[in-house]
Design a protein around this ligand. Structure first.
Ligand code: F6R
Length: 615
């Protein structure tokens, strides 16, 4: 949700900033802009509605010199996505420029006060208020930019990661964060700042993750300084080594990141499982669980909190934990949980699931759960993100950077870790028998190869997608473990093709949605040969008898469904609890190809952003 990047060093800042913005574009692409401080002390701003490529066109031929600069790619919150609302925002005198990721909640009050002091506003953004406030404080208190930034931030309520530069100081870059991520990359005589580490990769592997309420002061030729926003005291600086390669950030020969990420799943799941299934598939080792065995043994309830696709993974997690740990489990949208007065105590475990580790609602849910005494466990992909730094313990899914906005490999990584966790805790609590544990672990161990097999349906699904690209509405149905798979399949289609799709528990369909079915509304029905297969056959027949076309996802070798459904896609047979992992493969591909057939931008669908750092 908005990406910021900054550079100070001896190279041309513009080139580094533009490349950084392209890597951060997954966070938002409503508008983009740069502010450059020239060696002759001039501040140059270039900004434009739309993607970074538009900004490049606008800036081509213009003066983009300077060795200090900040830049922004926007996901609009306050004010529509146009040139004026694009960042960087500049103070009234034109001396100070600022980029911001987050939201300033009390901006209206601050704006009113500033207007009473003669400040005029050009944009509708909350960010412009902050840069004007900084200037107002600097002028009225005759203080330095650093002091003015600190003072202004103490008056601001909300979430922010900011970067600030001043026209007559080409040697200083100031950054700060509260509830929005900010990474500082420390190079040889050059420093980078960004919302995540992707713009920094290739320049340096030495990074500092700024903590909440910290200000970073980056002066040319000097070591980075980090100060506490509250008392101005220096904070301890922890320089970490970045484990991210350039190859992970490239498309690797695929047309899009999403397709690359779908096809990467055999190897990402191999990484996710590495070293976690031990003793000949008879035991799981997850350090987060192993180090907190007593917590997991004595817990009376587990609550899973997440948003979007991660919430779908949580629904699958609920069944896994119920089946293997035989304990009460609840699943909550993080956004509902945080305002729902949840009743929790120290016997509760709250598991938060997030690919980005920055989702504002999930972070707030974690804070609340911790405040109520629950033990909070995080399942996250991005290493060093806010969520893994806030939780009491947790597990990374290790599937590598997910750049396509629609989540694919993170979903299968989350479900895999939830399976490991459920089996591990089930064994710890004596709730699972050895034979079941061994059977599931042996199949999970082979899941990378099984997914490789599942991906072979690609040409078939591509062909099928042409038939269905005409549809305006879709129904996705599943039961048991695959009701969440149906929700996830529908979400994928909605996100990238803009076709309305509803995921539903197959048996619930007759309580309402069945009225929608006609020959213009296809249904995708997930019907592997599991304990509910006979039940779902009736649901397929109910759709068929009302004229609806059915695409059935069935287990390999199921020929009987050919007589009922219009199209069958076969998936490898696995234990019931692992069917969501394999069934989601054809659903990802179907959504992908339908969107491509419709000419949509699958990696950057409209209105969406990868990391949702606002409520
Ligand atoms: C869907 C998608 C979103 C995210 C949701 C949560 O494809 O990507 O629904 O799953 O915004 O994000 P994380 O997992 O980063 O907390």
């Amino acid at each position: 949700m908005c990406g910021i990047v900054g550079y100070i060093g001896s190279n041309r800042a513009y080139d580094i900033l533009i490349q950084g913005l392209k890597r951060l574009e997954y966070r938002g692409y409503d508008s983009a802009g740069v502010a450059l401080v020239d060696c002759d002390g001039k501040l140059k701003i270039h900004k434009s509605q739309g993607k970074v490529s538009n900004l490049e066109s606008i800036a081509s031929g213009a003066n983009v010199e300077g060795h200090l600069g900040i830049a922004h790619t926007r996901w609009a919150t306050h004010g529509e996505p146009n040139d004026i609302n694009a960042h960087p925002h500049v103070s009234q005198s034109g001396m100070i420029a600022l980029v911001h990721n987050g939201t300033i909640e009390n901006y209206a009050v601050l704006k009113k006060v500033l207007m009473e002091h003669g400040y005029e506003f050009k944009s509708e953004t909350d960010t412009e208020v902050l840069v004007q406030l900084i200037e107002y404080i600097k002028l009225t208190s005759s203080c330095t930019l650093l002091e003015a930034v600190r003072e202004a931030l103490l008056q601001v309520e909300g979430a922010y990661a900011i970067a600030v530069v001043e026209q007559n100081d080409p040697d200083t870059l100031i950054v700060a964060r509260k509830s929005s991520p900010l990474v500082i990359g420390v190079g040889e005589n050059e420093t980078f700042i960004a919302s995540d580490a992707t713009p920094i990769v290739g320049y340096t592997d030495q990074v500092i993750y700024l903590k909440d309420n910290e200000i970073g002061v980056i002066r040319r030729g000097e070591p980075v300084q980090v100060l506490s926003m509250f008392n101005n005291e220096p904070s301890t600086i922890n320089i970490q080594k970045l484990k991210l390669s350039l190859a992970q950030l490239e498309k690797g020969g695929y047309d899009t990141f999403m397709l690359k990420e779908i096809f990467e799943q055999p190897s990402t799941l191999r990484d996710c499982l590495r070293g976690r299934i031990v003793d000949n598939c008879r035991r799981v080792t997850l350090s987060g669980v192993d180090l907190n065995q007593e917590r997991f043994k004595t817990a009376e309830r587990i609550t899973l909190v997440a948003c979007g696709t991660s919430w779908h993974a949580a629904l699958i997690g609920k069944r896994l934990i119920q089946d293997f740990c035989k304990m009460p489990v609840e699943v909550e949208y993080a956004s509902e949980f945080r305002y729902g007065n949840p009743v929790l105590n120290e016997k509760d475990i709250v598991i938060s699931i997030s690919q980005s580790g920055e989702t504002a609602d999930t972070l707030a849910a974690i804070e609340l759960a911790k405040a109520k005494g629950a033990f909070v466990y995080g399942i996250c992909n991005v290493v060093g993100a806010s969520i893994p730094r806030t939780t009491d313990s947790g597990t990374y899914i290790h599937v590598g950077p997910e750049i396509g906005v629609a989540s694919t490999k993170a979903f299968t990584g989350q479900v895999t870790v939830l399976t490991l966790l459920a089996l591990s805790v089930g064994q710890l609590r004596g709730a699972i028998d050895d034979a079941t544990l061994h059977e599931v672990l042996a199949a999970l161990d082979k899941i990378p190869e099984t997914i490789e097999e599942a991906l072979k349906v690609d040409p078939e699904v591509k062909k099928l997608s042409r038939i269905f690209s005409y549809a305006h509405n879709f129904l996705y149905l599943g039961r048991g473990y695959n009701y969440p798979t149906a929700l996830e399949g529908a979400l994928k289609l909605k996100e990238i093709s803009y076709i309305h799709a509803e995921g539903y528990p197959a048996a619930e369909m007759k309580h309402g949605p069945i009225a929608l079915i006609d020959h213009d509304m296809p249904s995708v029905i997930i019907a592997p040969s599991d304990s509910l297969y006979d039940k779902i056959i009736s649901n397929v027949q109910q759709v068929k008898s009302r004229g609806g076309a059915v695409v059935a996802i069935v287990s390999k070798g199921n020929k009987a469904m050919n007589d009922i459904a219009d199209f069958c896609i076969e998936i490898p047979e696995v234990p019931e609890c692992l069917t969501p992992l394999v069934a989601s493969i054809p659903l990802q591909l179907l959504a992908y190809y339908i969107a491509v057939n419709k000419g949509k931008d699958v990696d950057q669908p409209r209105n969406l952003a990868k990391s949702v750092t606002v409520e």
